[in-house]
Write a protein that binds this ligand. Structure first.
Ligand SMILES: [Zn+2]
Length: 146
């Protein structure tokens, strides 16, 4: 039933795509940004994974090489459909760029990684532009281990 709710959120975004994009264009402040994210994504209602679920998921998935880069799996702490994860990361990326374009550029210029929110994989390189598995846009990611 929980997944049904998350799919409803996703469908709501898809059906109201123009409204969604127009509202995003009008956001100016951090407060409006927060309200927009909660209104559309309802993040506080996302079901969470426990540590064992996260650990088990990462145990099952192994790093692989594709399109000249090594891709590592990561696990979200929330149970959400991959498409919703992508929409959410995309919105955050656009909003971060609007609120602080200088910081946004700096984050992308750092020698860190690129991640696919849909596939839950990342590369320790800033070079890949599209995900080699699904073809979606990649986002900046911080790399904590080596
Ligand atoms: Zn992907």
């Amino acid at each position: 039933m929980k997944n049904l709710t998350l799919n409803k959120i996703l469908n709501h975004i898809k059906i109201n795509r123009d409204t969604f994009e127009n509202e995003m264009k009008k956001l100016r402040t951090g407060k409006e940004w927060e309200q927009f994210i909660e209104k559309w994504f309802k993040v506080s209602k996302w079901p969470r994974k426990n540590y064992i679920e996260v650990f088990d998921e990462l145990e099952k998935r192994k790093p692989f090489k594709k399109a000249c880069f090594k891709w590592y799996p990561f696990s979200r702490t929330t149970k959400i459909p991959p498409e919703l994860a992508f929409e959410y990361e995309r919105a955050l990326d656009i909003l971060r760029n609007k609120l602080d374009p200088k910081m946004h550029r700096r984050l992308y210029a750092r020698k860190e990684g690129r991640a696919c929110a849909y596939c839950s994989i990342y590369a320790k390189s800033t070079k890949p532009k599209k995900c080699p598995v699904c073809g979606r846009q990649l986002f900046y990611t911080r790399i904590t281990e080596d």
